[in-house]
Design a protein around this ligand. Structure first.
Ligand code: DC
Length: 222
């Protein structure tokens, strides 16, 4: 039986970086589930389908040639490749346009079904850290370990500011964006971001990355 670790959390909580590091420490794969929603969004945008046109999106999904594969990069690190029609999408799914579109398509039940099926398949076959928003609650309710990561909105805004190399004057704008994203993530009709009853809650506002990683690892006994 494969071992599954679910990591959910708020935007800017560092869950992506933390999930990748944990995977490295444990020798697991790391599945970035947001990348699946981003890839679907890319396919929709690329096919010039209006984001409101659920019928056309549904048809596109039915015939979508998409898969997630794991490969070793030059440093021997496992990396996730998101392959659409045989092409590795790479950074094409990381633009602002695709971020926006992915948050729209992620609301559609048949898109969530499509993404969840891929996640189940990978979780069944591999020891994997699955990082997202509905992993411990919906996708893998029986995961071996579940964590919910967050930090105060101020700390997350500050991290984002540094990450994007923005001046201090932009702090309030970034703070507002993070609050709005929290609201959207937590209040959408299906699979909203919420803490699974049996998840370990990690507020890393006052922790360094290394401290958070050690803290999480202290719970994982395999
Ligand atoms: O984590 P991210 O920014 O790459 O996610 C892209 C979008 O996908 C985001 O708007 C939320 C959505 N998403 C989701 O609904 N469920 C997940 N498990 C992961 C991401």
């Amino acid at each position: 039986m494969s071992v599954n670790i679910a990591i959910d959390g708020t935007a800017g909580s560092g869950k992506g970086t933390i999930a990748k590091r944990l995977a490295l420490e444990l020798g697991f794969f790391c599945l970035d589930t947001g990348a699946i929603y981003r890839s679907v969004a890319y396919a929709v945008v690329n096919a010039k389908i209006n984001l409101e046109n659920e019928e056309e999106i549904k048809q596109l999904i039915q015939n979508l040639d998409f898969k997630v594969v794991f490969e070793k990069d030059a440093d021997g690190k496992q990396v996730q490749k998101n392959i659409l029609n045989g092409e590795d999408l790479g950074q094409k799914i990381r633009t602002e346009e695709i971020s926006e579109a992915s948050s729209n398509v992620a609301q559609l039940p048949f898109v969530r079904e499509f993404a969840t099926k891929i996640q189940h398949e990978i979780a069944k076959n591999f020891n994997v850290i699955v990082e997202g928003r509905d992993i411990g609650t919906v996708v893998l309710p029986n995961a071996n370990f579940k964590f919910f990561l967050t930090a105060s909105v101020e700390v997350r805004a500050d991290r984002r500011l540094k990450q994007l190399n923005l001046p201090q004057e932009r702090f309030n704008d970034v703070l507002k964006e993070i609050k709005e994203r929290d609201y959207r993530d937590m209040n959408r009709a299906i699979s909203p971001l919420k803490i699974a009853d049996d998840a370990i809650y990690v507020d890393n506002s006052n922790q360094t990355l290394e401290e958070t990683i050690s803290y999480i690892l202290s719970f994982i006994k395999i």
